[in-house]
Write a protein that binds this ligand. Structure first.
Ligand SMILES: CC(C)(COP(=O)(O)OP(=O)(O)OC[C@H]1O[C@@H](n2cnc3c(N)ncnc32)[C@H](O)[C@@H]1OP(=O)(O)O)[C@@H](O)C(=O)NCCC(=O)NCCS
Length: 169
């Protein structure tokens, strides 16, 4: 594996985070967004995370380039869901398959514990084998399958819900 470090994201990482996300939007079904997002939208997202004390991590290669990112997101606005978060993890297309995703997911789980969260949900396209394997390896179990709830690239998409129950590990 090429050397990289994982650290908390800074506001100036937003453009690197956006580039990775928009590439996935345009080329994969990892996200069901169909249009690229703007830098302004990503900066607002960063601020909202900071205000809500929700962590964002980036992986940086030896040259200082952002090659991946991960975040905990609010799962639902209703107060009863406050101990549950949803996660995101994205690795640059030319840095995948080298274990970077694992190094981005691990600190999220620790951050969730520190915040006394109870559960993390991962919402994953059912054909996204790398993501399902990545989450399985880190203590997530499939708890749901929703058939044909997404539509992108002219086809219906199934979604898998995986859950990591923090108290159980
Ligand atoms: C999913 C993703 C974050 C995984 O990150 P990564 O750094 O590539 O992860 P790893 O190198 O640790 O590989 C994860 C697992 O997928 C497997 N894998 C990698 N590429 C694969 C492929 N093309 N097909 C099947 N499995 C694959 C790896 O072997 C590994 O499984 P293992 O631990 O059982 O050996 C990354 O591929 C990515 O960013 N994809 C696009 C965005 C995305 O799907 N995000 C998740 C949304 S839910």
């Amino acid at each position: 594996m090429q050397a990289h470090l994982v650290r908390l994201a800074l506001p100036e990482d937003c453009s690197g985070i956006l580039e990775i996300y928009n590439h996935a939007v345009l080329n994969t079904t990892a996200s069901y967004d169909t249009e690229p997002r703007s830098l302004e939208h990503r900066r607002q997202w960063f601020e909202d995370h900071a205000k809500a004390n929700l962590p964002i991590y980036v992986a940086e290669d030896g040259g200082g380039r952002v090659i991946g990112w991960s975040a905990l997101n609010r799962f639902h606005d209703r107060v009863g869901y406050r101990f549950t978060a949803e996660n995101s993890v994205y690795v640059a297309h030319d840095a995948r398959g080298r274990g970077v995703g694992g190094t981005l997911l691990r600190p999220l789980i620790e951050a969730a514990r520190e915040r006394q969260l109870h559960a993390i949900l991962a919402v994953i396209d059912a054909q996204n084998e790398p993501s399902i394997r990545l989450h399985s390896r880190q203590g997530f179990f499939q708890v749901g399958l929703f058939r044909q709830v997404g539509f992108k690239f002219d086809r219906w998409l199934d979604v898998v819900y995986m859950e990591h129950l923090l108290a159980a590990t």
